[in-house]
Design a protein around this ligand. Structure first.
Ligand code: FAD
Ligand code: SIN
Length: 545
């Protein structure tokens, strides 16, 4: 057992109010909103808790699109092969099979719900290509505003259903469980008014975690401010298993805003390369053609590594993306969001080279689920980026994330209808077993993670970060939202480092300078959980069949 200790609770007051439902969904991105819609279709009383405004989350920022075998010359089996190949030997084949076979219908259902995808003059869905795909299979909306359109359609469906209750500005803190260990709701903090203000309890025999990723662990990320790993930390504290946290994906082409840039950074979609843009090294030479058969559209981890090598060799803080050949019309029609974002920073992609470099983008791991979103805690389900279904393995294939959120949130309803879920009283835990991290430490924590556990890692850098985290001040003092989030970032960082130290190899998005090769011994998944005494236990399992 490692020396890492994980408390059972975040420090908070006792709940002063409560609310009940059949199903609680935590989060309102693609996974949460579609889980809520499916739960309503099966007649459940649904309560959505979301920590900011309903449309906050990574979903609305998604640019490139959603991958599915929709073209006549494409097939789920080709989508499967590309997904498995990007996953570098660690994808669970059954989970991938579910994704690629149920994916096309999930996209059609989204269209029936009102999502408007870009169309060809023939009326067919317009499809483009991104890294790691051998076919054009990325459906997009508003050119490069796919997430915003998906979010709009799902939010509108949820708001139009009077039977779905939504509490915004509601930060879920901890899982409540009964004497059998089954989920019975969550504690939460609401910044509201009237009766539902401050700490409360939301009670239900089914809790669906859809809290997204943990980009804010790092100082530079494409993720919005709400992506603080709350769901993974909450699940860990309650005894759930998490896996693959070492596989953090760094997107290769994030607009470089200078060495002091912090927080959410503007993405330049892979689809820009799909339409013909090329990466150039600091000497303005193209470099991807010699590295991979897919050239500039190699899987994301391959491109990010190559960019890092070029940056290290030259001492430059970025490389260049040349999209000038696309022409003004294509930029305006296909990438209006990126064009506006770059121009607002003084770069015109129509005439200028774009400075780009890698930044944190996605976590391939998360709370371990079966093929129906069940975790190892009865009544606790997970879907979307917070979950580890095994689909992504060591590196997610571009645009498979929105699809995974849609496909697997629907499957949770099939599970819930089979599982025997009973409402029981929750067990009151020991409030002593709790802490928070003062939020004034967050920036330091992020920069330690950037420097030591980012794109390139080594035993020395990881041990340095581990030691630094171990010394960090933890308190039981009265907390605010940013303190609770900082505690979650801290827990996630600890487990990420633990797993990254154990995995003494380079595979997918996990790049160890001291172990540069992939090893057959590591064709396993690292699974971590909290023991009843509070220690972190990490074991290896097979990848599934
Ligand atoms: P999110 O959309 O992140 O939603 C999480 C929700 O949980 C939010 O509502 C948040 O407020 C809420 N929440 C979090 N913690 C708590 C808490 N403690 N209590 C209550 N609520 C909480 N993927 C693709 O497939 N294609 C793309 O083109 C693409 N482009 C991307 C571009 C960008 C810039 C980014 C950041 C990501 C992109 N991705 C893309 C990845 C994809 O957008 C995300 O993985 C996906 O949207 C995650 O959906 P989700 O529902 O799991 O989480
Ligand atoms: C992008 O548009 O490059 C992001 C796609 C993704 O993260 O899947």
């Amino acid at each position: 057992m490692s020396e890492i200790r994980i408390p059972r609770w975040l420090t908070s007051d006792s709940p002063g109010w409560q609310v009940e439902a059949d199903v609680i969904v935590i989060g309102s991105g693609v996974a949460g909103l579609s889980a809520a819609i499916h739960a309503r279709r099966t007649g459940h009383r649904v309560l959505i808790l979301t920590k900011a405004h309903i449309d906050e989350g990574s979903t609305r920022w998604a640019q490139g699109g959603i991958a599915a075998a929709l073209a006549e010359d494409d097939s789920p089996s080709e989508h499967r092969d590309d997904t498995m190949s990007a996953g570098a030997g660690l994808c669970n084949p059954s989970a991938v099979e579910v994704l690629v076979t149920e994916g096309p219908q999930a996209v059609r259902d989204l269209i029936s719900l009102g999502a408007n995808f870009d169309l060809e003059p023939s009326g067919e869905i317009s499809l483009t290509r991104e890294g790691g795909h051998h076919r054009d299979r990325i459906a997009h909306a508003g050119g490069d505003a796919t997430g915003a359109e998906i979010s709009r359609a799902l939010v509108s469906a949820v708001l139009n259903d009077p039977e779905i209750e939504i509490i915004e500005n509601a930060l879920a803190l901890d899982l409540l469980t009964d004497h059998t260990g089954a989920a019975q709701g969550v504690t939460l903090h609401v910044m509201g008014s009237g009766q539902r203000d401050g700490i409360g309890a939301a009670l239900a025999p089914a809790v669906i975690l859809t809290t997204g990723g943990f980009g804010q662990v790092f100082g530079q990320t494409t993720n919005p401010y709400v992506s603080t790993g709350d769901g993974i930390a909450l699940a860990l504290r309650a005894g759930a298993k998490v896996a693959d946290l070492e596989f953090v994906q760094f997107h290769p082409t994030v607009l470089w805003l200078g060495p002091l840039a912090q927080g959410q950074q503007p993405l330049v979609s892979e689809a820009v390369r799909g339409e013909g843009a090329r990466l150039l090294d600091p000497d303005l030479q193209p470099f991807m053609a010699d590295i991979h058969e897919l050239g500039d559209l190699a899987p994301r981890d391959v491109v990010a590594k190559e960019i890092m090598k070029k940056m290290r060799a030259s001492g430059s803080a970025h490389v260049w993306l040349d999209g000038r050949t696309l022409g003004a019309d294509t930029w305006v029609r296909r990438f209006p969001t990126i064009l506006a974002s770059a121009r607002s920073r003084g770069i015109d992609p129509v005439t200028d080279l774009i400075p780009v470099g890698p930044a944190q983008h996605y976590v391939s791991g998360g709370v371990v689920t079966d093929l129906f979103g069940r975790t190892n805690i009865p009544g606790l389900y997970a879907a979307g980026e917070v979950a580890c279904t095994g689909v992504h393995g060591a590196n997610r294939l571009a645009s498979n994330s929105l699809l995974e959120g849609l496909v697997y949130s629907r499957r949770i309803m099939q599970a819930m209808n089979m599982d025997s879920l009973e409402r029981r009283d929750s067990v009151v835990g020991s409030p002593q077993d709790s802490y928070i991290i003062p939020h004034r430490l967050r920036r330091d924590m992020q920069s330690v993670m950037d420097r030591n556990a980012g794109v390139l890692r080594s035993e020395a850098s990881l041990l340095h970060a581990q030691k630094w985290l171990n010394k960090l001040e933890r308190t039981g003092a009265k907390a605010c939202t940013e303190d609770w989030e900082s505690a979650n970032l801290f827990t996630v960082s600890q487990v990420l480092i633990d797993n990254a130290l154990v995995r003494q190899e380079t595979r997918g998005s996990h790049w160890r300078e001291d172990y540069p090769e992939s090893m057959t011994d590591f064709e396993v998944r690292l699974v971590s959980h909290r023991s009843p005494e509070g220690g972190l236990i990490t074991t290896t399992t097979g990848i599934g069949t």
